[in-house]
Ligand binder design. Structure first.
Ligand SMILES: C=C(O[C@H]1C=CC=C(C(=O)O)[C@@H]1O)C(=O)O
Length: 378
């Protein structure tokens, strides 16, 4: 199958108004797609189903599932990936919102967040906004192709359901990866604009903001994991941005640590919500001037059975005896994403607020983050 034929499959599915998702893991070349064969809105009830899950920020709302059983699953192996050079802020899209008003509103929101931190309501809160852009290229498959070409190190997806909407994104953040009982995640936070080097100095504000995420994950999961490993914090590049990242891994230690339990412990992490979780979430739901929907939710493969052969080159009967089945869940946080509605793209961008945040710089940070999607909409 050629790449054009693979993309035509997605295009046909979209034209026929049927649900689908296409996604590529960070630094990988295989693009996988689930083409649902009916237009039912399937939901997960307890994350024990097998399929592709699309969950909102507010977990009390519907988590949509594209089930394995009702889907045609195709894979396409693309050519070797290479990161194209990215200039920051080259977008030439039409902003249909009033930037002055948007700036005032975001600054006022951040100031309110900082006040709540000083009052002791919470230590950190992630505050976000939505930006509307008129686009001339509305074909999601063409936009998806550009995303794939532009962000080889991100998790790049297009997701569509006729009863929910059309979302695309290129996220740098893993929520969790579980293979049988082997677990890994990351604490990703702190942002600066990439200027041709990853050898940069981080301020205390960003270091603290990221440490809050690491501490939250470790303290909430350490009783569930054996052989817990926490990496040194490193600088990671994501498009035109740099973030601080820590890898955390371990072995899920008991049958009671179901996937649902782990998801509920982790989501939403202080990388997208705040600390303490409930207080920050309440503030977000009450104060952000729009509804996050699936932004800062999570998406990805849920309980997918994959076979591992000891020797993949030998396809004889004897070798089949060595084939083992593993169950894999690979979930990503829905960041650097957008929703497309006719000729309008709705971009979602936010940033972590601590006591040391500067509201003007927080606004600038959301502008820098919005470039990730704007770049492919030109
Ligand atoms: C909430 C977002 O980013 C999160 C992930 C990395 C860095 C972040 C930050 O520096 O604030 C955020 O925690 C977003 O991109 O909308």
């Amino acid at each position: 199958m050629t790449f054009s034929v693979f993309l035509e499959n997605l295009q046909d599915q979209y034209v026929n108004n049927l649900p689908f998702v296409a996604y590529r893991n960070p630094n990988e070349t295989i693009i996988k797609t689930f083409l649902q064969q009916d237009d039912t809105l399937y939901k997960t009830t307890n994350f024990s189903e097998s399929g592709f899950v699309f969950s909102p920020f507010n977990i009390k709302e519907t988590s949509v599932l594209i089930p394995v059983e009702t889907s045609l699953i195709l894979e396409f192996e693309s050519e070797t990936i290479e990161e194209p050079s990215i200039n920051s802020c080259t977008s030439k899209v039409i902003e249909t919102f009033d930037i002055t008003v948007a700036k005032q509103n975001h600054i006022a929101l951040v100031e309110k967040g900082i006040k709540a931190i000083h009052k002791g309501t919470f230590e950190k809160v992630v505050l976000s906004r939505q930006e509307s852009i008129t686009i001339s290229e509305t074909n999601p498959i063409k936009i998806y192709k550009r995303l794939l070409e532009t962000y080889p190190t991100a998790y790049v997806y297009v997701w569509f359901h006729p009863k929910v909407g059309l979302w695309l994104g290129a996220t740098p953040e893993t929520l969790l990866h579980i293979e049988n009982n082997q677990f890994s995640t990351m604490a990703l936070a702190g942002t600066q604009v990439y200027k041709n080097t990853i050898d940069v100095v981080w301020k205390d504000k960003e270091l603290e903001e990221q440490q809050i995420v690491t501490n939250f994950i470790v303290s909430n999961l350490e009783s569930q994991l054996d052989n817990l490993k926490i990496s040194e914090v490193e600088t990671a590049k994501a498009g035109n941005l740099l973030h601080l990242k820590t890898h955390i891994s371990g072995r899920v230690n008991s049958d009671t640590s179901s996937l649902k339990n782990i998801i509920e412990i982790l989501h939403p992490t202080p990388a997208v919500c705040g600390m303490p979780k409930e207080e920050a979430k309440q503030f977000i739901l009450e104060n952000e001037a729009y509804k996050r929907d699936f932004y800062t939710g999570f998406l990805g493969e849920l309980n997918i059975k994959k076979s591992i052969s000891r020797n993949p080159n030998r396809r004889n009967v004897e070798n089949n005896a060595y084939t083992r089945i593993k169950t894999v869940s690979n979930l990503f946080v829905n960041l650097r994403c957008m929703q497309i509605q006719n000729t309008e793209a709705l971009l979602y961008i936010g940033g972590g607020i601590t006591k040391d945040s500067n509201p003007n710089l927080e606004w600038e940070e959301t502008m820098a983050k919005s470039v990730t999607m704007k770049k492919v909409l030109q």
